[in-house]
Design a binder for this molecule. Structure first.
Ligand SMILES: *Cc1c(COP(=O)(O)O)cnc(C)c1O
Length: 352
């Protein structure tokens, strides 16, 4: 039977999951790798650019790849309750997969700093949502402690099965292109995803000789601990998904970037937001702000001559859907113009 059954099924022999894992899936993964020739032209041209559009996963972000693995392992191990700290997308994903598995889900979010579509998701899927008076990093610290003290399964990307599931995005890119691209650019927050991509590309290369990409990890300038070389106490950025000052997998991310012959850089919020607009306007792909960070970093490196991509293939990972954070876009314009339903007025407005 060739029907698609989700990432655990498709790549079962590649993933290290505990015996007894009981697959809980929403048919995540299998997301499109969309050519973006108009945007590539805007960035200088002469190379192939592809968008791995992870916003098309069931709950609107790549988090579903890791969550299907973490929740499936948790069910196999007899867990009844799962918990996570989240900037939003992990919360929505954990809530959805826990609902499907019949588990209780508890999610902790930093107060007032979570995009509307993500909070709505977590509530809709029936999780118990708690706001922490502090940052994501504060929330993560207490969920780690409580999961050590009580029989509650932690499903943050410290959970190794999250990384296992998230490797599947690298496998899909290699399956689609035949080999790894020369460069992969992506946003970096808690640094689980860049860690997972690198593990995935290395595993595929060892098995099938698909080669390795250079990694360009991109942080927001106001939340760039891996670029500064020290934790950031009060991270600030419009890209709330990467508003993290103490990345749990920071060391691994730095090591992955270095091993790949790539690097981790930071870009301003202004550059992130203008890339979000450019991508939507030139390619019809609307992503949340954090998801545009990888491309904003790529554009910056090309424009400053630090990156040469002539004749190469570049994949930009767009991690979450634009619908997650509608408020940002509504701020782009003042209210739409109102007109009475009259054709003469419409003609006037359209200058016809
Ligand atoms: C979680 C998330 C990130 C950051 O991924 P990390 O694994 O924390 O580095 C980036 N973009 C979006 C949309 C996310 O949800």
């Amino acid at each position: 039977m060739s029907e698609y059954q989700g990432v655990l099924h498709r790549y079962s022999e590649m993933l290290h999951l505990p015996p007894g894992t009981r697959p809980i899936t929403l048919l995540e993964g299998n997301t499109p790798l969309i050519p973006a020739p108009r945007l590539a032209e805007q960035l200088g041209g002469g190379f192939e650019l592809y968008i791995k559009y992870e916003g098309l996963n069931p709950t609107g972000s790549f988090k579903d790849r890791g969550m299907t693995a973490a929740i499936s392992a948790a069910v196999g191990e007899g867990a009844r309750v799962v918990i996570c700290a989240s900037t939003g997308n992990t919360a929505a994903s954990a809530a959805a997969y826990a609902a499907r598995a019949g588990l209780r889900a508890v999610v902790l979010i930093p107060q007032g700093k979570v995009a509307a579509g993500k909070l709505a998701g977590a509530i809709a899927y029936g999780a118990q949502v708690l706001q922490v008076e502090g940052s994501f990093d504060d929330a993560l610290q207490i969920v780690v402690e409580i999961s050590q003290k009580h029989p509650i399964c932690l499903v943050n990307s410290l959970n190794p099965y999250r990384i296992e599931g998230q490797k599947t995005a690298a496998f899909e890119i290699c399956d689609r292109l035949g080999t790894a691209p020369e460069w992969l650019c992506l946003p970096v927050g808690n640094a689980g995803n860049i860690t997972a991509y690198w593990a995935g590309f290395r595993q595929y290369d060892a098995l099938r000789g698909t080669g390795l990409p250079h990694l360009l990890g991109v942080q927001a300038a106001g939340a760039a601990p891996l670029v500064l070389g020290h934790p950031v106490e009060r991270p600030e950025t419009v890209a709330t998904a990467i508003r993290i000052g103490r990345p749990a997998r920071g060391e691994q991310a730095l090591q992955a970037a270095e091993e790949s012959g790539g690097r981790i850089i930071a870009v301003t919020d202004e550059k992130i937001l203008s890339m979000q607009r450019l991508l939507a306007a030139t390619e019809g792909i609307w992503v949340e702000p954090a998801s545009a960070a990888g491309l904003a970093g790529l554009a910056h490196e090309i424009a400053t001559g630090r990156l040469r991509v002539r004749s190469q293939r570049v994949v930009a990972v767009c991690t979450g859907h634009g619908l997650k954070d509608p408020d940002i876009v509504i701020q782009w314009v003042s209210k739409p113009l109102s007109i009475p339903p009259r054709i003469d007025l419409l003609e006037e407005v359209l200058a016809l």
